[in-house]
Design a protein around this ligand. Structure first.
Ligand SMILES: [Mg+2]
Length: 249
């Protein structure tokens, strides 16, 4: 370190201007553009955020649900979605959140650039989680971080996407119940787990719908948790009504 310091020259500094800085950076500016993807106008996208290590970190021994963690995720899901007018529909369970958005015509808006959406939204969720966890006295295990991925989804595949994420949510909660009540881990079918639970006087159908089905967000309307696959017309209407509202803007 000291050797390097003795080699560095400290004369008067060279001449700098913003235009000359731009010139030095020009090559890299071009490279930046390579990943500067814009959402396509009239196309639909789902962005999914996932908490890093959170399912493992906040699993509570002998509990099916860590209620403080659940409360924290629920609060950040609502706080995050309700400040984003571009969110058409959103769904959350465990440590993940999926939002449905649409490509915009304004190319400069932060809601048009993929890089901005992924990085800013994931950062916002991370900060929100940290702040809310502190308020709820949730003991943090590590830095609270969310990653983000984006999928371009055809209009007719949107409903199926949310059904498929909910399938994971349902399996996840059943697995937590199965483990809590020491049911054989080789039992993997939902109907079998439910009947094994009943033998132990644990009634799956009496568990809170939020735990069983996850959380739903639709702008301007509070939506109770429900099973998507068995209520497809409701899910479809929630999504398509909003799509029409977005289309007519
Ligand atoms: Mg995770």
């Amino acid at each position: 370190m000291n050797k390097l310091r003795s080699k560095i020259k400290y004369p008067k500094i060279s001449n700098y201007t913003y235009p000359s800085a731009d010139k030095r950076y020009a090559t890299y500016k071009k490279l930046e553009k390579e990943f500067n993807l814009l959402l396509e106008e009239e196309s639909y996208y789902i962005v999914r955020f996932d908490g890093k290590g959170m399912t493992k970190d906040y699993r509570k021994e002998n509990h099916s649900i860590n209620t403080i963690f659940f409360k924290t995720m629920k609060a950040i899901f609502k706080a995050f979605c309700s400040t984003k007018p571009n969110i058409i529909f959103a769904y959350s369970f465990s440590d993940e959140i999926s939002i449905l958005i649409k490509g915009t015509s304004s190319k400069n808006s932060i809601t048009a650039r993929v890089e901005k959406i992924l990085s800013l939204y994931a950062s916002e969720l991370s900060v929100l989680f940290y702040k809310t966890a502190k308020e709820n006295n949730l003991e943090l295990k590590r830095d609270s971080l969310f990653d983000a991925r984006i999928l371009k989804v055809e209009k007719d595949k949107i409903v199926k996407y949310f059904c498929s994420r909910q399938a994971y949510a349902i399996c996840n909660f059943l697995q937590l119940l199965r483990d809590k009540y020491n049911i054989d881990r080789n039992i993997i079918q939902s109907f079998e787990i439910i009947s094994e639970l009943e033998k132990k006087n644990v009634f799956y159908y009496k568990q809170p719908p939020e735990y069983r089905f996850g959380l739903i967000y639709s702008p301007k309307k509070k939506i109770p948790s429900f099973e998507f696959v068995n209520n497809l017309p409701i899910l479809e209407s929630l999504i398509t009504n909003q799509l029409e509202k977005v289309n007519s803007h």
